[in-house]
Design a protein around this ligand. Structure first.
Ligand code: F0G
Length: 458
């Protein structure tokens, strides 16, 4: 195996960085965050928790609640407020925060009826500073990059990681290199990375091709890698699970449903729930299930066709955030699924579009990749995996304004989806579409439109 040339140190004594396969811990970190012995992924562990030095769970709950009245940046961040469960920086002056986390938990009454469950909630991670869940991980990983005195940070991305990285790098005074697939990035995301000052390279390939190119670059240039193979990112992303349970007064929901792309986020949330159980904050964990788009379903196929081994696919879906054929964190993801009793499901482009419009109609909205959660839930209810009386939380990962082109094309009836004839797609989605109405500037015409709507409703 080729070993990356650049290495950097781990931080304080409070945590280990350990290989998920061979268990090797706390050597210098390779630039590609792969184990220097066996090449597998790394994860953060807290050995003191096993040495009788775990923090007291009741004290933690009180402390975290008290911090909500503080105005210190470490406390107003919805990530660092939970810092007892995060790796500590040696030098807190390196902290980069935009006040991430602190995202709302919404109930979705209409979506619940549509899915056939009594109680449905959404943890909206799209309400983070740059409009996606990536910020929760980025505050931790960029702070470590800053502490390690990196001048450059980089990621390959389907758009949200790059937007988030560009913002946090700018805040921390670092330069950022964005590698994205040309033509497959939602406009909101591309515009963010430009505005935050990243060097933005659109490569004529897909996300998986971008990852290959970036891996080559980091072997040849001292750049800090901010893809989700970076274990510090997943540590930050864990906090959505902690914040969720705090919002639910520590009542554990039966199911948490997460979109699956590179498979870092469900792994991070699973790690958090299992760690909260280890610390005695709760005595059970939710079943964590992953939903993929049918056209980008390598985890689904690994479980249902390939005996739990990953075989890369050529990914194609309009949910561009999860257009990924060779996900890095698939092993972590399978472990979480096994440990929590979750499952993996796939959904069609039409199912995604309908679910997205339904989440919008509940007054919330999200980007297409997030809507796979509701689409998947419907299938899990039909199959009996989720019972109507069980409590379910959807993790909405990105803001509705990330991909306005998709939304407008959908409502206008201009959206063409892969693997389905336009006519069939438009027939299936007719009920959810709300086309804009162009009229002469005349009150009578608008009133006639209102009357027609009223008649349709009534
Ligand atoms: N939802 C959104 C909105 C995303 O942007 C992503 C991933 C996911 C879900 C899937 O999360 O990769 O942890 O399984 N976006 C990455 C990016 C790949 O580059 O922005 P995952």
């Amino acid at each position: 195996m080729e070993i990356a040339q650049t290495t950097h140190r781990t931080a304080a004594q409070d945590h280990l960085v350990r290989c998920i396969s061979c268990g090797e811990a706390n050597g210098p970190l390779a630039a590609d965050f792969r184990c220097l012995h066996c090449g597998d992924l790394l994860e953060v562990d807290f050995p003191k928790w096993s040495e009788g030095l775990a923090p007291d769970s009741a004290a933690l709950k009180t402390l975290w609640r008290e911090r909500r009245t503080s105005n210190q940046p470490l406390d107003t961040s919805g990530v660092w407020r939970f810092r007892e469960m995060l790796p500590a920086l040696d030098d807190w002056a390196s902290l980069i925060t935009l006040g991430e986390g602190n995202t709302p938990l919404y109930d979705l009454p209409r979506c619940a009826r549509s899915a056939g469950v009594e109680q449905l909630e959404a943890k909206h991670q799209g309400m983070n500073p740059t409009g996606s869940f990536k910020d929760t991980g980025m505050t931790v990983a960029t702070s470590f990059a800053c502490q390690n005195k990196f001048r450059w940070v980089a990621c390959a991305s389907t758009g949200n990681t790059s937007a988030s990285m560009a913002a946090y790098a700018a805040r921390g005074g670092m330069r950022s290199l964005v590698i994205i697939p040309e033509g497959k990035i939602a406009w909101g995301k591309l515009s963010q990375s430009l505005d935050y000052g990243a060097v933005t390279c659109q490569l004529r390939t897909d996300f998986d091709g971008c990852v290959r190119v970036l891996n080559d670059i980091i072997r040849r240039y001292p750049i800090y890698l901010l893809n989700s193979v970076n274990p510090y990112r997943l540590e930050g992303q864990k906090t959505a699970a902690i914040e969720l349970l705090e919002q639910l007064d520590w009542q554990v929901p039966d199911h948490v449903i997460v979109p699956g792309g590179n498979l870092g986020n469900n792994s991070a949330l699973g790690k958090a729930f299992l760690e909260m159980m280890r610390l005695g904050l709760v005595d059970s964990v939710p079943k964590i299930s992953v939903i993929q788009a049918e056209g980008a379903n390598p985890l689904y196929r690994a479980v249902h066709e390939h005996g739990r081994e990953l075989v890369a696919v050529d990914a194609e879906t309009l949910a561009t955030a999860i257009r990924i054929g060779n996900p890095a964190s698939w092993k972590k993801s399978l472990r979480v699924m096994e440990a929590t009793g979750g499952c993996v499901e796939q959904v069609s482009e039409a199912e995604i579009a309908i679910a997205k419009a339904e989440i919008g109609a509940d007054g919330i909205g999200c980007e297409p990749a997030s809507a796979v959660t509701l689409a998947g839930l419907k299938k899990l209810v039909k199959s009996g995996f989720v019972r109507p009386s069980e409590s379910v939380v959807l993790i909405l990962t990105g803001h509705v304004l990330k991909d306005p082109e998709y939304t407008i094309q959908f409502h206008r009836g201009d959206l063409s989806v892969p693997r389905m004839a336009d006519e069939e797609f438009h027939t299936l989605t007719a009920k959810q579409r709300k086309s804009p109405i162009v009229l002469d500037a005349d009150a009578d015409r608008v009133l006639r439109t209102l009357a027609a709507e009223d008649k349709r409703d009534g």
